[in-house]
Design a protein around this ligand. Structure first.
Ligand code: GDD
Ligand code: MN
Length: 380
């Protein structure tokens, strides 16, 4: 096997036939395989791939159930092949497959660990990216340089080829979350990585839509924090602190406005501020901390009600605990902080049990049904 190409997919049904035929053309003369890693896309991408895989030994499908994530999909795909050189490429035709032979020849002839397909150097370009997207990409690059300890024009690229032995070196230190697998790979190496770049022009999407959103950006920051702190923090911690921090700001701004300009009594203002922060935290947690279990429609409203009730207990526990500590002679700020910690831990655990749980149970039940159906299909 000369080369394996890993293609993560989520709702890419229409792109599959095109990408498979282009890979066949460009990799003619090589021994190759393409491994699609699909996270059970609702649009039935996996069925389309399976259809091709049945008739073509170069095409393989890794079908993941109950999981989401670009990075983790790429890593599992890479681990499922024995090829010496492994490329990772988007399945949406935005990455130019025509440079695959060049990537392979470069990594092979210069005995490198990794070769990045770069959008903005050596003849590459950002294509018709929006200005906002270009700025976002530049910012990401600055932050990533700090953790990668190597100079790359495009550390945010999702298109690269690596040597199997290099993957083996770093795979146990990977964080796996978010979108930026390249940063994760480079930052996890304990020695300088031998890398090179090959330029190409990033194409516009024709079918389907991008899955990159604010959440992915926040997840990326979490990855950076984690790498900078040497992996001490649990993966979800930065997200949780991020949401909590925003809630704190909202709380104090509301409190300030109501007491200063609204002439509210302190207790009324404090309660209103807590309610505002709680509501905001509910929606942010739904989008960020529990993004993969998002509540929708009527569930969102009942979720908000349950969250508010649950957090009120948290607030009550916070005050009672802090008051007891304060009465026993502890400084007010220490007692206050201890109360906040207790309240937050309570809130996080109760939220993951109560607020976002029924939804998860429904998802699990859905999966069981799918399994039963699959079992029935096999029996038949
Ligand atoms: N299995 C799986 N699971 N695949 C996913 C998931 C997921 O949760 N999310 C996205 N993908 C697949 C998409 O189907 C597509 O093939 C590829 O990953 C890239 O996703 P896009 O949603 O098209 O990303 P993008 O075009 O906005 O972002 C690109 O540019 C970034 C740099 O700005 C990608 O190449 C990124 O990897 C890159 O970092
Ligand atoms: Mn894309």
């Amino acid at each position: 096997m000369d080369i394996a190409v890993i293609l993560p997919t989520y709702n890419e049904r229409q792109n599959i036939p095109v990408v498979i035929s282009r890979l066949g053309e460009v990799l003619q003369g090589y021994r190759w395989e393409a491994i699609f890693v699909d996270d059970d896309s609702p649009d039935g991408t996996a069925e389309v791939i399976a259809e091709y895989a049945r008739g073509n030994p170069n095409i393989r499908l890794l079908h993941r159930i109950g999981r989401r994530g670009l990075s983790s999909a790429c890593i599992e795909g890479m681990l499922s092949t024995q090829a010496t050189f492994i490329a990772v490429m988007d399945a949406d035709l935005q990455h130019d497959e025509a440079i695959l032979p060049q990537l392979l020849e470069t990594i092979r002839s210069e005995s490198l660990d990794l070769v990045v397909a770069t959008r903005n150097s050596a003849g590459g370009s950002m294509g018709d990216f929006s200005r906002r997207r270009v700025l976002l990409s530049r910012l990401g690059r600055k932050v990533s340089e700090a953790v990668c300890r190597c100079e790359l024009t495009d550390p945010m690229s999702g298109y690269f080829i690596l040597r199997r032995s290099f993957l083996g070196e770093v795979v146990r230190d990977l964080q796996c979350s978010g979108f930026k697998i390249l940063v994760d790979l480079l930052a996890s190496s304990r020695r300088p990585v031998r890398v090179a770049e090959v330029g190409y022009t990033f194409r516009a999407r024709q079918f389907g839509e991008s899955k990159l959103d604010v959440l992915i950006g926040v997840e990326h920051l979490a990855l950076i924090v984690n790498k900078l702190t040497g992996n001490i923090l649990p993966g979800a911690m930065p997200l949780y602190l991020f949401v909590g921090g925003l809630g704190l700001i909202t709380h104090f701004v509301t409190l300030f406005l109501l007491t200063r300009f609204g002439h509210f009594h302190f207790v009324a203002a404090q309660s209103a501020a807590a309610l505002a922060a709680m509501t905001e935290n509910f929606f942010l947690n739904d989008r960020i901390t529990f993004a993969h279990q998002r509540l929708r429609g009527a569930r969102l409203l009942s979720g908000l009600a349950r969250f508010t009730v649950a957090c009120s207990f948290g607030a009550w526990a916070n005050v009672v605990f802090a008051y007891a500590l304060w009465q026993s002679g502890m400084d007010w700020y220490l007692a206050g902080f201890a109360g906040i910690v207790l309240g937050s831990v309570w809130n996080l655990s109760i939220s993951s049990q109560v607020t976002w749980r029924s939804h998860r149970r429904a998802a699990i039940r859905g999966k069981e049904l799918a399994h039963e159906r699959m079992g029935a299909a096999i029996d038949n």
